[in-house]
Write a protein of this length. Structure first.
Length: 327
């Protein structure tokens, strides 16, 4: 569907005459008539204004491969004008995410490796010729664990505060100013190889991490050796998680600005609809789990409620998604 047909369609859906639309755009009725008959096309500023008036994206107006079946309104009657992201805001956000990923990734890794000193010292204290008492091993290990976790939490808080004002990118529908989409897509394309390498390497590390622990467990090595392999597992997993977060945060920032993937307009609309349902649903599941567990006292079996509830919730989400797509 070409732009001319879309203007006519949206105007009629809004119940406006050509004069009504012309008045809102501060143009003549003849201009509207020429646009709708494809004799001429509106300027860029008028296209942006049209997207705001009709509550659709400029992409929808400009892309001929999108027709009435692809129409998604990004605001309803009574809503305020759609938020627009400037080049400065987009650039500041992308730079902030890159800086934050350098701090959050190692902080999460620190949380994962925080128990390794505790596990190692406890293993030493239980050896037959141990010099370090069990109490001292426990105390030193807990101190190291708490220091690492405290530092990580402090990092999460200080890093998260500047990002709070950009949380609307995940939930609200917005529009990028002209030229920003191309800039973000270019950055995303450059980062794509790094993102893929980081994810692949992270997955490989997660798989490799369990090999030493499984090997020593099967061969019947000492408890200290098992604990050392467990420490090694935590270190390798922490490296994998570091990669996931480091490349993932940057990749997500591009998706949020472009409103693609998990942050598409359709997903945001569905999330708003399913949010209240999800809260009630999981409260009912938790209540059913506790009630059944206390009545039967078979806690080892009643946990099956959770995976079943997860599968059912997924089906509900798919149903609501399809219903929204049809609308």
């Amino acid at each position: 569907m070409i732009l001319a047909d879309k203007i006519s369609l949206l105007r009629k859906k809004s119940g406006w005459s050509q004069e009504d639309l012309a008045e809102q755009l501060n143009v003549s009725r003849q201009s509207i008539s020429k646009w709708e008959s494809a004799v001429s096309i509106p300027d860029l500023d008028k296209i942006i204004k049209l997207s705001q008036i009709f509550g659709v994206t400029t992409d929808y107006l400009l892309k001929d491969d999108q027709g009435e079946e692809d129409l998604v309104f990004i605001k309803s009657e009574g809503d305020s004008a759609m938020r627009k992201i400037t080049l400065e805001e987009a650039s500041t956000y992308m730079e902030l995410v890159q800086k934050s990923s350098r701090r959050i990734a190692p902080a999460v890794s620190a949380c994962i490796v925080s128990p390794i000193v505790l596990l190692y010292l406890l293993g030493l204290s239980q050896a037959p010729d141990a010099v370090l008492p069990h109490g001292a091993a426990l105390g030193i290990g807990l101190i190291v664990l708490l220091v690492l976790i405290t530092g990580a939490v402090a990092t999460f808080i200080t890093t998260g505060i500047p990002l709070e004002k950009y949380q609307f990118l995940e939930k609200e529908v917005f529009e990028l100013e002209y030229g920003i989409s191309g800039l973000v897509q270019e950055k995303k394309a450059k980062h794509e190889p790094t993102f893929i390498k980081g994810i692949v390497l992270g997955v490989i590390l997660c798989i490799v991490s369990v090999i030493p622990l499984v090997t020593v467990s099967v061969l019947g090595y000492s408890q200290l050796t098992v604990l050392l392999c467990l420490d090694l597992l935590l270190i390798i997993v922490s490296a994998a998680v570091f990669l996931f977060i480091r490349v993932g945060m940057i990749h997500d920032s591009y998706q949020k600005l472009l409103q693609t993937g998990d942050y598409s307009i359709e997903r945001k609309i569905i999330s708003k609809k399913i949010g209240p349902v999800a809260g009630i649903y999981w409260c009912m599941v938790a209540a059913a789990y506790l009630l059944l567990s206390f009545l039967t006292m078979k806690w080892g079996r009643t946990w099956i409620i959770w995976p079943c509830a997860g599968v059912l919730f997924g089906a509900i989400t798919v149903f609501l998604s399809q219903k929204n797509s049809k609308k």
